[in-house]
Design a binder for this molecule. Structure first.
Ligand code: ADP
Ligand code: ADP
Length: 228
């Protein structure tokens, strides 16, 4: 089943002469881990911001589960756990509250959201941080919280912009292990941007390579090794 269907997407930022996305056409299938690779400035973050409706497109279309993401309110909010690259604080919420409210917002009852919060605190090994304001976390701790927030309430799709940024090798392994686990156990579709071609190759089933606003190749990581 097609999860995302992206057709002829074009985007130029208002103050730029060169388009950030030139003509992107791409399908993402249910249950796959899809990696977006490419140099800085290739247009990767722009593409995923369009996929979660944070950025409008100049032309082209994006459907999620067959519905246009612009036309259907809350479609992205209810179905996609998105983690932006910049890992800022989550308002004035504590770590526990951020997880609890996100799970509740994605449709869980209060009782279930509390349970989900506790499960996530253990899964991401951040239980001791539950009463800390998110503004007082280190970069690495904040990254783990952001990832935990993205998966809270088990949305069927995850979009993660550089999920292992700011993390030491041990926590990087934790991230890849958890992503593989939820992909296998819940059939979650995971779309991620990464610079880490070597780590990514172990987890990712299909990659798209971007260069100056274009999607230049799509295939299995082993097939595209020379181009990365
Ligand atoms: P990547 O994620 O691959 O590093 P980006 O999508 O961030 O690439 O950037 C693609 C192009 O768009 C770059 O030339 C970048 O300078 C430009 N760009 C990104 N964000 C903005 C913005 N908010 N305003 C103007 N130009 C931007
Ligand atoms: P604890 O009291 O040890 O923190 P709980 O199981 O009661 O354990 O809740 C775990 C975490 O979930 C809490 O620390 C809190 O951050 C969050 N949480 C639970 N219930 C609520 C609620 N009603 N509103 C906001 N956050 C909540």
């Amino acid at each position: 089943m097609i999860v995302y269907d992206i057709q002829n997407l074009v985007k130029t930022y208002p103050d730029q002469t060169q388009p950030a996305n030139k003509n992107i056409t791409l399908q993402i299938y249910q249950g796959e881990i899809f990696g977006i690779l490419g140099d800085n400035g290739a247009g990767k973050s722009t593409l995923v911001r369009q996929m979660v409706n944070l950025l409008t497109s100049d032309s082209g279309s994006i459907t999620l589960f067959g519905n246009n993401i612009v036309a259907v309110p809350h479609l992205v909010q209810m179905n996609v756990g998105y983690m932006p690259q910049e890992s800022g604080a989550l308002n004035n919420l504590t770590v526990g509250e951020a997880l609890y409210y996100t799970a509740h917002l994605r449709g869980m009852s209060r009782v279930d959201a509390r349970q989900e919060c506790n499960a996530l605190l253990d899964l991401w090994q951040i239980r001791e941080l539950r009463h800390q304001p998110s503004s007082r976390l280190s970069g690495g701790q904040r990254r783990l919280l952001r990832l935990a927030v993205a998966i809270a309430g088990s949305p069927p799709v995850l979009i993660l912009d550089e999920p292992t940024n700011d993390l030491d090798p041990q926590r990087r392994k934790l991230v890849w292990d958890i992503l593989r686990q939820i992909n296998q156990e819940q059939n979650t579709t995971i779309i991620l941007i990464t610079h880490d071609a070597i780590e990514a190759e172990k987890a990712i089933q299909r990659v798209g390579i971007m260069r100056t606003g274009e999607l230049v190749a799509v295939g299995r990581p082993s097939e595209l090794k020379q181009q990365v």
